[in-house]
Design a protein around this ligand. Structure first.
Ligand code: NAD
Length: 489
């Protein structure tokens, strides 16, 4: 299948109450290929009215879905998993076309994203409550977990499939209906995913998708409507903060997966080759456009020369290009403005004492390319230390003592991922005690999987996705107290 045939397969309209429809205002927006700048498609753009119609549909479908047997819900999710795996090449190509990541990484994301469908298809059947005696009263209690109600799910552009499945799968498994607002830079993967889930048997109204050029036109009216009971958002911290304020109006349940500024700490006793590989994976995965990206590489002064030399060599060997081409490891940034920002970050780091070991420049177009870059020795007030970089720039900083490493690592408003490289097993516990982050990779650049509770502390958000915890986010607890005539005080 060629690119045009694939694009033709993807629905460009909104999906509301089981029907594909044009937006009420008949408006559209453009989706471009970041590797070439070419127009890919025109997508229907939803309005406030569309958003409310989608919530109407989710609200109308909720009772029947929550009363559908868990095994039936599980089988639909499992069927969705099978279909996504069957369509792996199609999903991967769509992600590369609209977002830019290499085809190899896109295929990896299909497997990773599909795993949430499999995991939550299994969790759906194992959703236990609790029972107990009141300690000193003739009562017993039991708890039941109930679906929270219609959910608004807002997703980012950097992982177009997996950020969808890790919200939609637990929401549906727990018996909720959803309205999805995908990122406008990358709606195609989500549209195709919704088509796929409909084929898997999701009933009308259970999944609705309203793509829009103005995100707040969709989120605002839905969040102001008391029928919406939960918002789950993955994206930047400023938008998360705005949504949290809006959620206050009706005390909406809210889960936030926000930005990061991960430290990767390489101690003197680390296996340097392992650290180079781990940090490279954690930094350059997804063109550096990952919330878990190793943003600040903190290396002990006794090993920094060896690490910097090997790391710069490994990064400079990475092949840059259109993600559809063979062997490409680093694709384009998602937007032209992101390339401008990389230039600004490099200039700022150099002005603050940084030395460029490799890269440092934009690559002439077409496409939004920037060289994979390693910078050493910028001061701590450089923007590459204080901000989420979200691109292929890897800054190396130096520390002298363990205390200093923890202090530097925690010197950020964020608290999502952290990485530590050391051959000392005790260091694991010292790292765990000292690092204020929701995720810790120990001698590993990988911190995410459907089976683990993924999420951050501080300005990186609240709530967890994946694992049993990820399903609890979509439930409410109801306690039932029952008089027990047999228990005596
Ligand atoms: P973004 O905040 O700009 O957009 C995320 C989503 O929110 C998009 O769908 C967007 O259309 C929508 N949105 C934007 N403004 C809105 C508003 N006022 N009201 C409602 N919705 C709005 O983020 P992005 O640029 O798409 O994604 C990158 C960010 O996401 C980075 O900060 C990254 O760290 C973060 N991220 C976090 C995780 C995590 O799990 N913690 C995962 C991936 C990405």
């Amino acid at each position: 299948m060629n690119t045009q045939q694939l694009l033709d397969k993807v629905e460009k309209r909104l999906f509301i109450g089981g029907e594909w429809v044009d937006g009420a205002a008949g408006e559209t927006y453009e989706v471009h290929n970041p590797a070439t700048g070419e127009l890919l498609v025109e997508m229907a753009s939803g309005t406030k009215d569309d958003a409310i119609r989608a919530l109407d549909a989710a609200h109308a479908a909720r009772r029947e879905w929550e009363r559908t047997a868990p095994r039936t819900r599980a089988e639909i999710l499992r069927k969705g998993y099978d279909l996504v795996k069957e369509r792996k090449d199609e999903f991967a190509a769509l992600m590369t076309l609209e977002m830019g990541k290499s085809l190899t990484e896109a295929k990896g994301e299909v497997d990773y994203g599909a795993d949430y469908l499999l995991w939550f298809s299994e969790e759906a059947n194992h959703f236990y409550g609790d029972t107990n005696h009141y300690p000193a009263k003739p009562n017993r209690m039991l708890t039941v977990r109930k679906p929270v109600g219609p959910c608004l799910l807002i997703t980012p552009w950097n992982f177009p499939l997996s950020m969808a499945t890790r919200k939609i799968a637990p929401a549906l498994a727990a018996g909720n209906t959803v309205v999805i607002k995908p990122a406008k830079l990358t709606p195609l993967t989500m549209q195709y995913f919704v088509q796929t889930m409909v084929e898997a048997g999701v009933p009308d109204g259970v999944i609705n998708i309203v793509s829009a050029k103005s995100a707040s036109d969709v989120s605002g009216p839905i969040m102001s409507d008391p029928r919406c009971r939960k918002v789950s958002f993955t994206g930047s911290t400023p938008v998360g903060s705005t949504l949290m304020e809006q959620a206050a109006e009706h005390i909406l349940r809210i889960s936030l997966e926000l930005g990061g500024n991960a430290p990767a700490i390489v101690f003197a006793d680390a296996d340097i080759d392992l650290a180079v590989e781990g940090v490279k994976a954690a930094k350059m995965r997804n063109i550096g456009e990952a919330c878990t990206a190793a943003n600040r590489i903190l290396v002990h002064e006794s090993v920094v020369d060896e690490f910097a030399e090997k790391f710069a060599a490994a990064v400079s060997a990475m092949k840059v290009g259109n993600g559809l081409d063979d062997g490409v490891e680093v694709g384009p940034l998602v937007e032209p403005s992101a390339v401008d920002r990389m230039e600004e970050l490099v200039a700022d780091a150099v002005a603050k004492g940084g030395e460029i070991l490799t890269g440092g420049k934009r690559i002439d177009g077409p496409g939004n390319f920037f060289e994979p870059t390693v910078i050493r020795g910028a001061s701590r007030d450089a923007r590459v230390f204080t901000e989420e970089i979200f691109g292929p720039i890897a800054p190396i900083f130096t520390f002298a003592t363990e205390e200093e490493a923890w202090e530097m690592a925690n010197d950020t408003e964020y608290g999502l991922a952290s990485y530590v490289f050391s051959e000392d097993p005790d260091m694991l516990w010292r790292a765990s005690d000292n690092l204020e982050f929701g995720l810790l990779g120990f001698n590993s650049g990988v911190v995410s999987d459907a089976s683990v509770p993924f999420g951050g502390v501080k300005a990186s958000g609240m709530g967890r996705e994946g694992s049993r915890d990820g399903m609890l986010e979509y439930t409410e607890v109801q306690m039932i107290g029952v008089r027990d005539p047999y228990t005596k005080n």
